[in-house]
Write a protein that binds this ligand. Structure first.
Ligand code: GDP
Ligand code: IMO
Ligand code: MG
Length: 429
């Protein structure tokens, strides 16, 4: 099966956007299947930098982008993003973007609830992006979401808004936040309708056609395995399944169509938001990684927490996510470091384990067990062939492969699209 699913193998921001953009030259369709505009994917092409949150990264390559039903869609955020990339010369029309008719919408009351809840949590806050992702998914599973197709039925909209507002205004009142009125929301939804409905279709039919015609589909994951609502560091996670298995349900295609699962991992670890991070560095080394790696959240602007590569955690992500090959990014950020550490397991309350358990107390208590490797003084920045890498860098990559039990099939050596080393073609399976 010549399809590829790209997922994050850590806590997000591994460079999925760059890798998807790079692979998109070989794909016909790029599909987002989960998450929303909490994602921030940066693509650097020559002197242009594109920051995408909702648009599938394939649109930059002129490929057909699909937003699947597994995504939660903020209409205003999408329209703003289309406006932003148009100013950069990219045309987004119903010719190159299709949105599943059963996609749930994020309405202004969702970010309001998200932020009111975070404020109420105080010190225990999750550190969400505040974009209403969690509340929108809650409404979806509670069967009260407004979906894209509802915009075509004003009478359905009116009825559903009554139910939605009864629920949300009760919650917002309880949290001391401002309530929402029906008339304004209805007017907003009806205002979006003519701008969004031209993008709507039954994308499952298009994907079925693609399957029969042999077109190549690239499934673009957002967030990462350790932010997965089931398998991540719960409750410090996002509200969707980020594993490749969700590409099938989140797009409307069978699991056999997912193809090769490519996990993206940084050569070190970062995390935005709260929650356990066993290999986090609070010293000069951590700050150095953050500075050299420009580790600031694309969406939040917050400084990302930085630490050593956690091979134990990535191995877990490989197993859970069904990752068949890894793209290792940001190797260049390690240039010039005398010594590197790889986490190979944890000591938790005196016991040595090779997995991060699910209980929050045990996760918080996990102390990393490190293996130390020699760094390199040469440069990997911009390398486009394995032969250009210093021997110690190759050794570091090889050791990661052994520890995480997956081959490294791509290496990224700068933010620039073409600074990528291919060791194995993901589309070849
Ligand atoms: P995503 O959310 O997984 O798509 O990742 P982000 O785009 O949020 O964050 C990754 C950041 O690293 C972006 O600023 C990229 O331009 C940058 N980046 C990606 N690959 C590399 C790389 O190999 N080296 C360096 N130095 N930066 C990279
Ligand atoms: P990409 O696709 C990194 C984090 C938030 C927070 C938690 C829950 O760019 O890798 P949410 O708003 O989703 O309810 O927040 O998840 N988070 C991300 N961290 N990269 C992302 O996306 C993220 N999307 C959400 O910081 O800790
Ligand atoms: Mg990101």
């Amino acid at each position: 099966m010549a399809n590829v699913a790209v997922i994050g193998a850590q806590w997000g921001d591994e460079g999925k956007g760059k890798v998807v953009d790079w692979l998109a030259s070989r794909a016909d369709i790029v599909v987002r299947f989960q998450g929303g505009h909490n994602a921030g994917h940066t693509l650097v092409v020559g002197n242009q930098t594109y920051k995408l949150s909702l648009l599938p990264s394939g649109v930059v390559r002129g490929k057909l982008g699909i937003i699947g039903n597994g995504v939660v869609l903020d209409p205003q955020a999408l329209l703003d993003e289309i406006g932003k990339v148009s100013a950069q010369g990219l045309k987004v029309t119903p010719e190159n973007l299709r949105i599943a008719e059963n996609t749930p919408l994020i309405l202004p009351l969702h970010p309001a609830l998200d932020r009111a809840r975070e404020a109420a949590r105080g010190e225990a806050r999750i550190g969400t992006t505040g974009r209403g992702i969690g509340p929108a998914y809650e409404d979806k599973v509670a069967r009260r979401a407004i979906r894209l197709c509802d915009l075509a039925e004003p009478e359905t909209l009116s009825r559903k808004l009554d139910e939605l507002l009864l629920h949300h205004n009760t919650l917002l009142r309880g949290l001391g936040a401002e309530e929402f009125g029906k008339d304004a929301l209805l007017a907003q939804l009806l205002g979006w309708a003519p701008r969004l409905l031209p993008f709507m279709e039954a994308v499952w039919e298009r994907l079925d056609e693609a399957r029969h015609s042999g077109a190549r589909v690239l499934f673009e994951g957002a967030q990462a395995v350790m932010l997965d609502v089931d398998h991540g560091t719960y409750p410090y996670v996002t509200s969707s399944n980020t594993v490749a298995g969700n590409a099938a349900a989140g797009a409307g295609i069978g699991p056999d169509a997912i193809g090769m699962v490519l996990g993206i991992a940084k050569a070190y670890t970062t995390r935005v938001g709260s929650g356990p991070f066993p290999t986090e560095l609070h010293d000069e080394i951590g700050r150095g990684l953050g500075d050299r790696g420009h580790e600031f959240g694309t969406v939040t602007g917050r400084r990302r927490r930085c630490g050593w590569f956690d091979a134990c955690m990535v191995r877990q992500a490989v197993k859970i996510g069904g990752i068949q090959g890894l793209a290792l990014t940001k190797l260049d950020v390690l240039d010039g470091m005398a010594e590197l550490k790889l986490c190979v397991g944890y000591r938790i309350r005196g016991e040595v384990v090779r997995r991060l358990p699910s209980a929050p107390g045990a996760q918080a208590a996990a102390e990393p067990i490190y293996e130390t490797m020699e760094g390199w003084s040469g440069s990997t920045r911009g390398a486009r062939s394995y032969a250009d890498l210093p021997a110690a860098a190759v050794k570091y990559v090889r050791r990661i492969e052994e520890l995480v039990e997956a081959p490294v099939v791509l290496l990224s050596t700068s933010p620039e699209r073409d600074d990528t080393i291919t060791l194995r073609d993901p589309f070849a399976g």
